[in-house]
Design a protein around this ligand. Structure first.
Ligand SMILES: Nc1ncnc2c1ncn2[C@@H]1O[C@H](COP(=O)(O)OP(=O)(O)OP(=O)(O)O)[C@@H](O)[C@H]1O
Length: 321
């Protein structure tokens, strides 16, 4: 058995050996990670991977069966004025439809001893100043997301947690949230955002926590993840595919055709591929180290997670998307 990671306190979010079951469903399975300040950490995994459950446990909305989740070194439930430590957006519809945006934020502010002027600051920051007096019931999804984010930022927290903040937004809304996340991280805050789509996080997250079936599959940077999935493969553009494949296979490479003009070979460095093709007179228009897309890297990781579920007979099909 591997040693449990140290569960020290004092920094941002620390999740340590967390487990949660709902009946026979294992939602979170021995999950450990930390979320560092000054960067955007993407929490990504297929539907049903356990992201929301983990976030709910961190925020004291659900109890773990085992393990600990600390925010700023303490369990959420022991924070006296939680909005001043951690701001969260889990559900954009969690505001009373009959209240105005401003009143919704005012009661939240009062409950955490936050001065009323901060309400106007966050309304401004979220681009809602002009609609502050309108009732939330008439808000579009994008406006509700903005209100949820305004609420999360009320207490000027060092830690920010957003569950699927880009879900269902138009391009303008997505760009706004991306810029906001970047600036929150640049201000030194720890920012944790979830998504079931890797493509959403590609240009947004600095660090990635990839989960599948409640387990941590990767704790890595975008660059490391792509480089691990790219392997030592070399991509060759050539009109002489058969000759290229024979030449490279003769030299010990494992070659495969991917599309009309591309041969991917593994087991040979770029320089050796160029040398072999040149020596045998195989014409080519390009040779480069193959770079996997982030989506490919993600698919590779989460496919393994699905296979794991299938092998143990626990798969319920939700991960197969
Ligand atoms: N309150 C609950 N009761 C029973 N099962 C639950 C409950 N909450 C979550 N689950 C189950 O736990 C697993 C993890 O769900 P969770 O919502 O945490 O995943 P997720 O990664 O956030 O998925 P999504 O991307 O769809 O939001 C799923 O199999 C889900 O059906």
């Amino acid at each position: 058995m591997t040693e449990p990671p140290p569960c020290s306190s004092g920094v941002t979010i620390e999740v340590c050996r967390l487990r949660k079951r709902y009946g026979s469903t294992v939602a979170v399975d021995d999950l450990s990670f930390t979320v560092a300040p000054g960067m955007v950490t993407g929490f990504v995994g297929p539907n049903g991977a356990g992201k929301s459950t983990t976030m709910r446990i961190i925020l004291g909305l659900d109890a773990a069966d085992e393990g600990t989740a600390l925010v700023g070194g303490r369990p959420y439930r022991t924070l006296t004025r939680p909005l001043r430590t951690v701001g969260a957006l889990l559900d954009a519809s969690a505001a009373h439809p009959g209240r105005s945006a401003r009143n919704h934020l005012l009661w939240l502010a009062r409950s955490n001893a936050i001065p009323a002027r901060r309400v106007d600051e966050v309304l401004d920051l979220a681009g809602l100043a002009a609609v502050a007096k309108r009732t939330v019931g008439g808000f579009s999804l994008g406006m509700r997301q903005r209100l949820g984010i305004a609420a999360a930022l009320l207490g000027d927290p060092a830690v920010v947690i957003f569950d699927e903040p880009l879900n269902g937004l138009d391009l303008e809304g997505i760009q706004w949230i991306r810029g906001l996340l970047r600036s929150l991280a640049n201000q030194g805050r720890a920012v944790l955002i979830s998504s079931h789509l890797m493509s959403e996080l590609e240009d947004t997250a600095d660090h990635l926590l990839v989960v599948g079936r409640g387990r941590l599959l990767a704790d890595t940077t975008v660059r490391e993840l792509v480089s691990a999935a790219s392997g030592d493969r070399v991509s060759v553009r050539t009109g002489m595919r058969t000759e290229a494949m024979t030449t490279l296979a003769d030299a010990g490479g494992l070659a495969a055709i991917t599309d009309g003009e591309t041969v991917i070979v593994s087991g040979l460095p770029v320089e050796r591929v160029v040398e072999l093709l040149t020596r045998r007179g195989v014409a080519f228009t390009g040779v480069s180290a193959h770079r996997a897309s982030l989506e490919e890297a993600y698919m590779e990781l989460t496919r393994d997670a699905v296979e794991f579920g299938s092998a143990t007979g626990e798969r319920d099909g939700r991960d197969a998307r």
